[in-house]
Each structure stands twice: as structure tokens, then as C-alpha cells.
Ligand binder design. Structure first.
Ligand SMILES: C=C(N)C(=O)O
Length: 126
């Protein structure tokens, strides 16, 4: 059975999607962008700060679903510019330092709201 996950600790969706969905065993997050829960867009910030905001959002959504970073099985990182890879990776490593999940990191042609990064995850629910 599909359940919708929603928390005020992460920004509202910027389109026709849910922050996350779960079947009680797995949680699928929407791509999280550098937008604060209050709706402030950080798209012009350094990529480290954008990564931090996107991951803070991701952690908040996972927490609402009953999962933690250690439960994440796979992430996908979309970058507007693959030259930001190293800076993104350094910040990312702070969130997934032990037994990190599988990951794909790709350059996207463009991202919603003109941001530099979007990160989605699939996690096991405790
Ligand atoms: C930001 C998104 N996750 C979207 O537009 O799908």
C-alpha cells in the first residue's frame, strides 16, 4: 500500500509530486533541491551550501518516514555542472560517512528553479 510522506521540516514540493512515498518497507524520496522549509531558494549559493541544504531536506523527509541516513540504499545526485562534483562529494561524505549507500552522480541539462543540485534517495524503513 502506498503512503504519502509529508513533513513541515522540509520544503513543500515545487510541482505535482510528494516529498516521499513509502510502502512501509522502502521509502522513495523526491529529488531534494536547495530550498529551505520556509521557501528560500539557495540556488546561487556555493555548491557545498546547496548540497548541505538538499541533504538536510532529504534527512528530514527520511526521518518523517522512519528512516535515517544509515538506512539509505541508493542515492542519485543530479548536478547542473559536473565540475561541482568534488565540492559536492566533500559535503556529501559528511552525511554518509560509514557504509555509504550506492550512488549515481550525473550532470543534468538543467534543474528545477535553476538550482545547482538535486538529490533523491531510496531507503529501507526501520
Ligand atoms: C524538484 C523536484 N523533485 C521535481 O520537480 O520533481
Amino acid at each position: 500500500m502506498k503512503e504519502i510522506v509529508h513533513t513541515d521540516a522540509a520544503p513543500e514540493a515545487v510541482g505535482a509530486y510528494s516529498q516521499a512515498t513509502t510502502n512501509g518497507e522502502l521509502v522513495f524520496t523526491a529529488g531534494q533541491i536547495p530550498l529551505t522549509p520556509d521557501g528560500e531558494l539557495l540556488g546561487d549559493a556555493p555548491i557545498a551550501e546547496q548540497t548541505e541544504r538538499a541533504l538536510d531536506n532529504l534527512v528530514a523527509v527520511l526521518d518523517e518516514a522512519g528512516a535515517a541516513p544509515a538506512d539509505v540504499l541508493k542515492t542519485t545526485v543530479f548536478l547542473a555542472d559536473i565540475d561541482d562534483f568534488d565540492e559536492m562529494n566533500a559535503t556529501y561524505a559528511d552525511y554518509f560517512d560509514e557504509s555509504p549507500p550506492a550512488r549515481s552522480a550525473v550532470q543534468a541539462g538543467a534543474l528545477p528553479k535553476g538550482v545547482g543540485i538535486e538529490i533523491e534517495a531510496v531507503a529501507a524503513v526501520e
